[in-house]
Design a protein around this ligand. Sequence first.
Ligand SMILES: [Zn+2]
Ligand SMILES: [Zn+2]
Length: 230
Amino acid sequence: MTHTRNTPASPASDRPTTLPADGFTGRALRARTEPMLVRPLRDDRYVVETERGTYVVDLDGRSCTCPDHAIRGARCKHLRRVAIEVTEGRVPPPGHRRAVCAVCGDVTFVPTYERGPQLCDRHGFAPGDFVRDRETEGILVVTRVTGERADEYETAEGRPVADYETNADYGGHEPVVEAVYLESVRALGGLDTVGDAKRYGFPASRLRRVDDGPRLTAGSPDSADGQAEA
Ligand SMILES: [Zn+2]
Ligand SMILES: [Zn+2]
């Protein structure tokens, strides 16, 4: 699997917190044990609230507005703390924002530019993933995860995906995943032909990843009946 999104480690706190000392010393120790609250800003920087003041950290630019950094040029405890919290999944990395998975409701980090409903690592898909359709048991290959909701995404017939009776048990708020039936890819001559096969749109939770992919016995050739054609 090729899922690269970061999974948050713990729920966000709205009060300054400390981290275990873990045998660190000096600034590295203070970065962990002094109470701080890290909050991401919209421009990829972070606000760090401490008992002594509030500072702004630019992780990519390796700068902080505190005197320790401004005067001594040190890699201050605030910079270190932000780096630790990003590594531990407590705040989103630069270029990412918090989102809620449309299937399970867990918090996940997604690229800031991503719009529409989002999925966590557990419920997300990447192009090329092999999936099983819960309704027909057919095996498909994912071609795209759209940012469109199942009750908004229209098929070639001009109907929203969520309108199809076979999709009644899945959330209209879920993102639509486009996929092609493995049978049709095989009929066309192999995985290189994925782009030529007929695409279908599914509410995300209707598809389940199968990790041993093409070695599985594919669904019956007529498994496309009743699907929402993309
Ligand atoms: Zn600082
Ligand atoms: Zn999820």
